[in-house]
Design a protein around this ligand. Structure first.
Ligand code: NAD
Ligand code: ZN
Length: 358
């Protein structure tokens, strides 16, 4: 396994079977008790794997099962988790260990951030998306009926253990979901990632987390690097939104059911490349198009014209003064923030993207 220290903010561990590292890391906690918030699927299929590593140090493991799916990021489950942790006697130094995908991580992180004004938090991401994206950067939170991720806080974990052994059970659909973020890092930061993904896919290795380990590690480090320069999201961190301004509209149009986040981001990145090229860049779209066979989305279902999609971008909650902010590329690995005043080229980017996916 490899460890990266980000100016002592937290430790990142990557590897196949990190039991020994995890066991060693938790030794420094004075508490004989730990709380685990675990995704229901992961609890069922990987329980012995994480218990083995934790039982030697902790006499008491209190496990809260996080229901599967985005619905778990709600105030009711949050309340249940807080009740659980407090009634089972959490103290300031009692660690909370989140084991699951981004849903489990975001929810657990918010519990850790708020109970007793902060419990030590360890992330054990178990999806590709959580390993390369959501476990890094310190954003925690839950959804509100008026929108996603509207209640939350920034809260950094003490450590992240990205153990690719968990990926052995990850279905292909979830691999593809996380893959879009990996491709994003390729586009905005390290183009060689695109070739590496291509090679891995040709070898048909969506089952084998081990062969993906270097790429996962590289991706996570890119996020660490970008976030470290901009922890509270004022500048560079916006680059991580490459493809996402377009994607949010697609996801919403599909009522968050029709398209996965990853599928929407994939289409969104294609739109963003098209938009970048209209503004003078010369980026080969095949950098992304080579992965199209993995993405089966049909944007016919979006049922909105390019014009309407632009309107939806303008009226998105996060948009200030109806001004769309896009992350575009001057060239591969060279992102910039662009505030749109004339939307004609955005509309053309939508037209182009809708055509590709119909
Ligand atoms: P998820 O947590 O819902 O996991 C996806 C599915 O995979 C679930 O059904 C889960 O049960 C299953 N699963 C988890 N681990 C598994 C394993 N090892 N084997 C088999 N199945 C497994 O979704 P996700 O894609 O990991 O995360 C999405 C969430 O992350 C969203 O809520 C999003 O808002 C959030 N997110 C947060 C940040 C951040 O910075 N905090 C960044 C990106 C996304
Ligand atoms: Zn994303």
């Amino acid at each position: 396994s490899v460890q990266t220290s980000t100016e002592d903010i937290y430790e990142l561990h990557f590897g196949y079977d990190l039991s020994a590292e995890l066991e060693e890391f938790v030794q420094h906690y004075g508490s004989a008790k730990a709380f685990l918030m675990v995704d229901a699927f992961v609890l069922k299929h990987h329980r012995t794997h994480f218990e083995k590593a934790l039982k030697s140090h902790f006499n008491e493991l209190h496990i809260f099962e996080v229901p599967r799916g985005e619905q778990a990021k709600n105030i009711e489950i949050y309340k249940q988790a807080v009740d659980f942790v407090l009634s089972e006697g959490a103290e300031r130094g009692t660690p909370l260990i989140a084991i699951g995908g981004g849903v489990t991580g975001d929810l657990s992180g918010f519990v850790a951030a708020t109970v007793l004004r902060g419990l030590p938090l360890i992330h054990i991401p178990t999806t590709l998306l959580a390993m390369v994206d959501s476990s890094i950067g310190g954003k925690t939170g839950i959804n509100h009926h008026t929108g996603k991720n509207l209640v939350g806080s920034f809260y950094q974990p003490a450590a992240v253990f990205a153990d690719v052994k968990y990926l052995e059970t990850l279905p292909e659909k979830e691999w593809v979901n996380g893959l879009s973020e990996v491709l994003k890092y390729g586009m905005i930061h390290s183009p060689e990632i695109l070739e590496q993904v291509n090679t891995l896919i040709k070898e048909n290795t969506f089952v084998d987390g081990k062969s993906w380990l270097p790429l996962i590690q590289q991706s996570a480090k890119i996020k660490v690097e970008i976030v470290a320069e901009d922890v509270l999201e004022a500048g560079k961190r916006a680059f991580l939104n490459f493809g996402h301004t377009f994607a949010h509209v697609i996801e919403k149009q599909g009522d968050y059911k029709l398209y996965s986040h990853g599928e929407a981001v994939y289409a969104g990145m294609i739109a963003a490349v098209h938009a970048s090229n209209s503004l003078g860049a010369n980026i080969d779209l095949s950098n992304l198009m080579q992965f199209k066979p993995l993405y089966k989305l049909n944007l016919n279902e979006v049922k909105a014209s390019p014009e309407e999609l632009v309107y939806l971008m303008k009226t998105d909650k996060k948009v200030k003064d109806e001004q769309i902010q896009l992350i575009l590329l001057k060239e591969l690995s060279s992102p910039y923030v662009y505030k749109v005043s004339d939307t004609a080229f955005v509309q053309r980017a939508w037209e182009h993207t809708l055509n590709i996916f119909t």
